[in-house]
Design a protein around this ligand. Structure first.
Ligand SMILES: Cc1cc2nc3c(=O)[nH]c(=O)nc-3n(C[C@H](O)[C@H](O)[C@H](O)COP(=O)(O)OP(=O)(O)OC[C@H]3O[C@@H](n4cnc5c(N)ncnc54)[C@H](O)[C@@H]3O)c2cc1C
Length: 404
């Protein structure tokens, strides 16, 4: 067993940290207030190989493994605690990987080089107004095939990157029901590469989020939207399984980014409690302050181990070894359950240390609190859905009251 980093990993972490601390960290408040990621940052990410980084070089990608991708996610979270840049990064990393694995060659050749160059967006659209957790029950968007290709009707909501996709172009991987038979269960859904920009029949909507303001959350209604047959991604009726692969990968990267952001905030808190005095002594001298610091640090370090075990497990599956889908789903759920909650706990504690300043925009902590909450509330699966996956793996499906 090896807990250290090899030379390549160390150099990569340093390179991403240098880039992120100099180009992104000084602009986080601006990103939060202007509600967009400046194009120069996206271009810089492209130059660093940070856009859809698992894609092979033929598409302009860096051909990275998951451990390297998680290192980058952690460093981007450390630099941008508002989590806008990390969200852009990890959505494209995880779903770019799925698209590269299963997408049709012509569509990949059209879309991926533009995504890796920072000229197009690639996102995921599974959630619907009836709910995001229960995909089987709630996915009403239908795709029907005819002589001209696919016809889509339905609605997706709470989708990251709708504005970016409308402005830049690109695709969202859209999950739609392709088998109307209720008995088809998980084998009823197919993935499609849906361009949002310039698609007739598509009506976008936008939500006003509480955090991660630099990347949009929106939705879209689909009314008789036509897609060529070649926009089907992967096999017919296998979309649910591809979605689960993408979610597991995204959950590990989310874990890494939450760890990075939480550590950045903890470091700010440590600097503050060493400096700030009350009753004649630095705050750090009071055990009411320093003991919670110890507990939070223990939580952070154990979460980091889970996250990198998750990345390692993904690398075994997609690298030379073999790990089962169940191993990956379990470790990814553990990382996604822990990291946002541990991170939120740290940020909440550090807010106390900063006193009133934490409640103002003079201190950055509030951006982190608003942002990290998204990951236990919902994005890429709620905390309870992580618990559901963990209990499914521990107890077996026969103890679930429904299909999952
Ligand atoms: C900022 C943000 C960005 C997002 N980006 C995307 C995106 O890019 N693409 C996309 O497709 N979706 C996206 N989502 C949606 C996200 O996937 C959903 O929010 C999530 O799946 C939960 O769905 P829901 O919000 O409909 O909640 P629901 O599914 O209605 O769940 C509501 C509550 O009930 C709980 N619950 C549900 N079932 C059970 C159960 N069996 N046992 C116990 N508790 C249960 C849930 O844990 C939750 O607390 C995003 C969400 C957010 C907040």
């Amino acid at each position: 067993m090896e807990f250290g980093w090899n030379e390549e990993q160390r150099l990569w972490r340093q390179a991403v940290r240098d880039f992120a601390q100099s180009e992104i960290a000084p602009r986080v408040r601006e990103i939060d207030q202007e509600e967009r990621i400046p194009p120069e940052i996206i271009k810089g990410m492209a130059r660093m190989g940070l856009l859809a980084p698992l894609c092979p070089e033929e598409y302009g990608g860096a051909g990275m493994d998951w451990t390297m991708a998680a290192i980058a996610a952690e460093e981007l979270g450390r630099a941008d605690i508002s989590l806008a840049v990390p969200v852009l990064y990890l959505v494209e990393a995880a779903w770019g990987f799925v698209f590269e694995q299963y997408g049709p060659p012509e569509l990949k050749a059209e879309v991926l080089p533009r995504v890796t160059a920072g000229e197009a967006f690639l996102g995921i659209a599974t959630t619907e107004p009836e709910g995001g957790s229960d995909i089987l029950g709630a996915c009403r968007t239908k795709a029907v095939k005819d002589a001209d290709g696919w016809r889509l009707n339905g609605e997706k909501v709470y989708i990251s990157g709708v504005r970016e996709s409308l402005e830049m172009g690109g695709i969202h991987l859209l999950l739609a029901r392709t088998d109307p038979d209720p008995e088809a269960g998980h084998r009823a859904f197919t993935f499609f590469g849906l361009p949002l920009k310039g698609t007739p029949g598509l009506t976008p909507t936008f939500f006003e989020d509480m955090g991660r303001m630099g990347i949009s959350t929106g939705g879209f209604a689909l009314e008789d939207v036509r897609l060529p047959a070649e926009h089907q991604v992967g096999e017919l009726n296998r979309g649910f399984y591809y979605a689960m692969e993408g979610f597991s990968a995204a959950r590990v990267l989310i874990g890494a980014t939450c760890v990075g952001a939480a550590e950045a905030v903890l470091d700010m808190g440590i600097d503050h409690i060493k400096e700030r005095k009350a009753f004649g002594r630095p705050l750090a001298a009071y055990e009411g302050i320093s003991f919670p610091l110890a507990d939070h640090y223990a939580n952070l370090e154990s979460t980091r181990l889970l996250v990198y075990k998750g990345a390692w497990t993904l690398d075994q599956k997609y690298g030379p070894g073999t790990r089962t889908h169940h191993d990956i789903a379990l470790i990814a759920a553990l990382a996604k359950l822990r990291a946002p909650r541990v991170g939120f706990g740290i940020m909440n504690e550090v807010a106390d240390w900063f006193g009133a300043m934490a409640y103002t925009k003079e201190a950055p902590v509030e951006m982190g609190i608003r942002a990290i909450r998204s990951y236990s509330i919902g994005a890429e699966g709620t905390s309870n859905i992580m618990r559901l996956i963990i209990t499914r793996e521990l107890l077996g499906t026969e103890f679930l009251p429904y299909r999952y």
